[in-house]
Design a protein around this ligand. Structure first.
Ligand code: AMP
Length: 286
């Protein structure tokens, strides 16, 4: 496996692959790879003839005071893990390579998908994500790019971008990989103390509670969200940013829960922000 750090070399490689008729898959990450990333890498490896894993801690998707500086970085380990999964390239550019002097373009997806949930507390986050994803798709020109359901809102935003910009790239979304107690694997879990790690288990329990309520017929967002909040608040160290139940395709609020229902939460545990979600298929009219 080759580690590539320049846009020029990355483009030359993928252009050659495309010329030779190879299919190309991309798994974009911020590095500090864990089993969640590995599940995406395995699926991408099986789907295409050439596989690029990118590891880039994208500064533009972090707000002031967020954890950009302390975000975990371990490129050697990432290269080892990507090589174990038989990636062809780890693309790990420096920040100046992606945002050189004079860089002055941003890509923005409309407000319905971006100015809700994570976009409320992190107003510039999705613009940072869509700008860097648009650049990665332009540099690598993958036929498919793989994303995790853990960042569900991001998957909708990226699908919109990929379609609207005629990238020709299919966005593939895979299930969230979890720890034994249900906590979604995340690079940020390394920030949690042993006690916080125990407390964080309540996030998935609260989501499972919502799933169970939907399965036995709860259709009112208010009751459902109250139960989820109550479960989360039973752990006083969890500071709730949002708890929502929405139409999973549009992120619209609904009066009656039916169809594909997204239940999503964002919490703060000390200085660490954690997000998670479940999607439940609720037969309409049931
Ligand atoms: P990140 O490095 O956190 O930006 O994540 C890179 C990609 O991995 C995104 O598409 C995430 O949704 C995905 N991802 C992160 N955690 C998980 C997980 N626990 N299960 C599945 N995919 C994940």
């Amino acid at each position: 496996m080759k580690t590539v750090t320049t846009v020029k070399e990355m483009r030359a490689l993928t252009e050659r692959w495309r010329r030779n008729g190879k299919t190309v898959a991309l798994v974009p990450t911020m590095g500090a790879l864990h089993d969640g990333h590995v599940s995406l890498i395995k699926a991408a490896r099986a789907a295409a003839q050439r596989l690029v894993v990118s590891a880039f801690v994208n500064p533009t998707q972090f707000g002031p005071g967020e954890d950009l500086d302390k975000y975990p970085r371990d490129l050697k380990r990432d290269a080892r893990l990507a090589a174990n999964e038989k990636a062809d390239v780890l693309f790990a550019p420096a920040s100046e390579e992606i945002y050189p002097a004079g860089f002055d373009t941003t890509v923005t997806v409309g407000t319905a998908l971006t100015q809700t949930m994570c976009g409320l507390a992190r107003p510039h986050h999705f613009q940072g994500v869509t700008t860097v994803v648009a650049k990665l798709l332009a540099i690598i020109r993958p036929h498919q790019a793989f994303f995790g359901q853990k960042d569900y809102q991001q998957t909708l935003v990226v699908k919109r971008l990929a379609a609207d910009l005629n990238t020709g790239c299919e966005i593939v979304v895979l299930p969230t990989v979890r720890e034994a107690d249900g906590l979604a694997k995340s690079s940020r879990n390394t920030f949690l103390s042993e006690e916080d790690r125990r407390v964080a288990g309540a996030i998935y329990q609260a989501l499972k509670l919502a799933e169970g309520m939907l399965q036995v017929g709860e259709r009112h967002p208010k009751e459902l969200l109250e139960a989820v909040r109550k479960r989360l608040k039973s752990e006083p160290k969890l500071d709730l940013e949002y708890v929502v139940a929405k139409n999973a395709d549009t992120l619209e609020d609904v009066l009656i829960l039916s169809g594909r229902v997204l239940v999503a939460v964002a919490v703060h545990l000390g200085a660490t922000r954690l997000i998670d979600n479940v999607i439940v298929d609720v037969p309409s009219g049931s």
